[in-house]
Design a protein around this ligand. Structure first.
Ligand code: UP5
Ligand code: MG
Length: 206
């Protein structure tokens, strides 16, 4: 996709940092299409006839990263479908002729970052939600009481934290070196964090 037609913001941060929560708030106020890589993978996992269901289930439970070809194809397809649906609508919504995407929880490994930049499009910004592991753990265990997510348990959470440190933090460092990272402290209340996130987004699209 040509960068002239699409604007992508990657939304990163540790497991439970509030990526999904803040993206939901941002799309309610700004013109964006929100795509969560984790949600797309969970939908593919349960899709009838999917060849990757078992692989995805195992990776998510083990907190490891699904091979990039699977995730990039899901994202690319979802982006194209969203643009087509928007263009077909009688009153086009988000993006005003330009595809604007919040891509949540991706890329979480350098190979994915480089491949996406090369084959889909480059990102304008990385919105990075940062907080401590203690805060992340408390949020995930609390959510695990009702979420039904197979990875919201102590054993999977430990593995997710390790993968995040080993694979995803270098991605954030890579984009920081390119001057693309806006870091937002996500320790405070949802409302307070949103105030900071919206200021970043407003700045980009002012
Ligand atoms: N909450 C949120 N913000 C709060 C705040 N400020 N104060 C108090 N509570 C707050 O929030 C988590 C919980 O915290 C919620 O209960 C919320 O109410 C509360 P949420 O917004 O869901 O956080 P988020 O960062 O989205 O957490 P999530 O668990 O979704 O992050 P992960 O990055 O772990 O999960 P994701 O779905 O992205 O990926 C899951 C797995 O898929 C990965 O582990 C991996 O195996 C696989 N995957 C890939 O292989 N490749 C990919 O590219 C992407 C995923
Ligand atoms: Mg999420």
């Amino acid at each position: 996709m040509h960068p002239a037609h699409v604007t992508v913001i990657f939304v990163l941060g540790g497991p439970g940092a509030g990526k999904g929560t803040q993206c939901a708030r941002l799309v309610a106020e700004f013109d964006f299409c929100h795509l969560s890589a984790g949600d797309l993978l969970r939908a593919e996992q349960t899709r009838e006839g999917s060849a990757d269901g078992e692989l995805i289930r195992t990776c998510i439970r083990e907190g490891t990263i699904v091979p990039m070809e699977v995730t990039i194809k899901l994202l690319d397809t979802a982006m194209r479908a969203a643009i087509a649906a928007r263009d077909a609508a009688s009153a086009p919504g988000w993006g005003a002729g330009r595809g604007r995407f919040l891509i949540d929880g991706f890329p979480r490994k350098m190979d994915q970052a480089l491949k996406f930049d090369e084959t889909v499009c480059t990102s304008a910004l990385v919105l990075y939600f940062a907080t401590t592991e203690e805060v992340l753990l408390a949020r995930l265990l609390e959510r695990g009481k009702t979420s039904g997510r197979e990875d919201d348990n102590a054993a999977s959470i430990t593995k997710r934290f390790r993968t995040y440190k080993v694979n995803t933090m270098p991605v954030i460092a890579h984009y920081a070196a390119l001057g693309k990272v806006a870091e937002v402290d996500s320790t405070d209340s949802i409302e307070a964090v949103y105030g900071r996130a919206r200021a970043v987004v407003e700045d980009v699209f002012a």
